[in-house]
Ligand binder design. Structure first.
Ligand SMILES: Nc1ncnc2c1ncn2[C@@H]1O[C@H](COP(=O)(O)OP(=O)(O)O)[C@@H](O)[C@H]1O
Ligand SMILES: [Mg+2]
Length: 233
């Protein structure tokens, strides 16, 4: 299994908005250690999704530097970034993002086949079992409930054994009880697979389980709480 230490150094993200320039993230310093579970908290619009996109190599900062295992990534070309994401990174989004013309099993298999993982079918079936959907593996997303679709998305994200998994409000489209079960599964799988997890959530009970809680406000780190002591950013 690969690991990944991700570090942001004074990362700023600005975007043009009409005649103005908005500062979406302002001089963020943050390192995610291998094996850590970090929760990102903050009001809507505080920059949580933007920060996740930068950490995951989906987006580039306006200023500052981002390193993965000591290798600077924000200046790399798109091909190299795509390779890095495929090797190290998994995602779970609010909107599931399953492919509608593929069955649950085929959705989980796809990243394994792209990465040429051996015993892909066994791994995919194992993960579908772990999220309680062994009996639904030949169903299409449209035949599954929202909670079931997100469980397929969890299986798909963990299947290639990413070093780090990013989840952006993965229960934002689910009711409270269903969302709670999905978060429980996410935490269980993360512990079992020993995956580093960066989770954006409004669920304080789940955030309390995290090694650290990073509070964002208006594009800045307001404070970081760790489960041992309160640290400054
Ligand atoms: N592509 C974009 N163009 C203009 N503004 C954007 C864009 N993406 C995000 N923003 C703005 O940046 C701020 C932070 O967005 P986001 O990272 O999505 O926040 P959060 O995930 O915390 O709700 C918001 O004010 C949002 O409107
Ligand atoms: Mg968001």
């Amino acid at each position: 299994m690969s690991t990944a230490r991700i570090e942001c150094r004074s990362v700023t993200k600005r975007l043009p908005s009409g005649s103005q320039v908005l500062t979406i993230l302002d001089r963020i310093d943050l390192a995610i250690e291998p094996g850590e579970f970090v929760a990102i908290l903050g009001p809507s619009g505080s920059g949580k999704s933007t920060l996740l996109g930068l950490l995951a190599g989906l987006d580039r900062p306006t200023e500052g530097e981002i390193y993965v295992d000591g290798e600077r990534i924000d200046t790399q070309d798109e091909d190299r970034l795509a390779l890095l994401r495929r090797r190290k990174v998994g995602f779970v989004f609010q909107s599931f993002q399953l492919l509608g013309n593929l069955t649950a099993l085929e959705n989980v298999l796809l990243p394994l086949e792209l990465a040429r993982v051996e015993h892909a079918r066994e791994r995919a079936n194992e993960l579908l079992g772990a999220v309680g959907l062994a009996a639904r593996s030949h169903h299409y997303p449209s035949q599954l409930s929202g909670g079931e679709q997100q469980r397929v998305a969890l299986a798909r994200a963990f299947a290639p054994r990413p070093a780090i998994l990013f989840a952006d409000e993965p229960t934002g489209n689910l009711d409270l009880a269903t969302g709670g079960r999905v978060l429980e599964l996410l935490i269980e799988l993360r512990a079992r697979e020993r995956t580093t997890l960066v989770l954006v959530t409004h669920d304080l009970e789940v955030a309390r389980l995290a090694d650290r809680r990073v509070h964002l406000r208006a594009g800045r780190i307001e404070r970081i709480e760790s489960n041992t002591a309160v640290a400054s950013p």
